[in-house]
Design a protein around this ligand. Sequence first.
Ligand code: NAD
Ligand code: DAU
Length: 354
Amino acid sequence: MILVTGGAGFIGANFVLDWLNGNGEGVINLDKLTYAGNLQTLASLESDPRHVFVQGDIGDRELVSRLLQEYQVRAVINFAAESHVDRSIHGPGEFIQTNVVGTFNLLEAVRAYWNALEGEAKAAFRFLHVSTDEVYGTLSATDAPFSESNRYEPNSPYSASKAASDHLVRAWHHTYGLPVLTTNCSNNYGPYHFPEKLIPLVILNALAGKPLPIYGDGQQIRDWLYVKDHCSAIRTVLAQGRLGETYNVGGWNEKANLDVVHTICSILDTLRPKADGTGYAEQITYVQDRPGHDRRYAIDARKLERELGWKPAETFESGIRKTVQWYLDNQDWVSNVTSGNYRQWLEQHYGNKA
Ligand code: NAD
Ligand code: DAU
């Protein structure tokens, strides 16, 4: 089996769903179920014996050690993290606790388990750490996209905590020989994205007739990747990545925030025109900028393509259309998230299973 951490969050849950869709190998899903963890996303796996959900913390070494042993895990994929930049500005403590101290404890539990393995099981074992392009800092309009050899220059408490975790993973390979792989990915979007992040927030606020908040001048650039393409990149790196290497993952889709918001508005104008005949873009509102806001991210994903043959399947145009349609088609998931009911839903639907 594989152990996935943070598999009730946005990317982790998409990964688990895709993995079990295309593969018979079971998944132990270890997730603390913070506000960002939503088991409703995994409701289709409720009676699937290949999915074992365990509520717990990656920092709980005893629990992780027990799971590794009990299920004879052959690979760990670490998605668990505090992931929202704005939250890290308001309260960095949890980010240090989970992203840095949690990753350290996870690495130590994994190292002890891996040390005791022998032969083929030891040689085949992998620890894949899922990280972000934000560790590289910010680019000017004319800089080349981030490559794997760019310096780490994190600017927010979130990116600094992820950078620290990347360094721990690297050191556990260099010093102890732990068979690690690291991926640094750009901004993801797609189904099951928690509406604190730009794209789902704009879709849901637009439909609710609320303001669409643009930080600063809206000219900050992000490089967008459809979440299922990120999942396929992780599967590729897990299967074929060279030990100790890092791989940048991106969609070659640089867009200014304001353009992203206008694109969503015009898709909604077509798919769900407003009764009063006005356009959704009229809801755009400029708000105070994020402190320390990185101006531009862009990923050079050529290493992953050259060495492992990975390429994204979606363009931004196809992926964003699918995403808007998904939010229109999944009102139950949306209303449970926006009302906060998804947290009670856990008790009602999973009870002791969670
Ligand atoms: P998310 O916030 O949606 O999900 C995080 C999940 O981790 C949640 O289910 C949460 O309950 C769980 N979790 C938090 N603390 C935990 C702990 N101590 N122990 C166990 N579980 C814990 O995040 P996401 O957007 O799915 O991101 C997943 C990973 O991918 C993160 O490591 C993030 O840094 C990285 N990443 C995200 C993006 C993006 O655009 N969202 C891009 C690149 C990399
Ligand atoms: O680059 C990868 C990173 O992408 C991941 O590591 C993070 O986990 C993920 O949250 C994301 O970080 P961002 O800060 O780029 O994502 P967010 O959706 O919060 O914001 C995207 C851009 O939109 C950013 O420039 C800030 C801006 N923004 C965001 C919100 C929520 C707004 O203008 N208005 C908003 O209301």
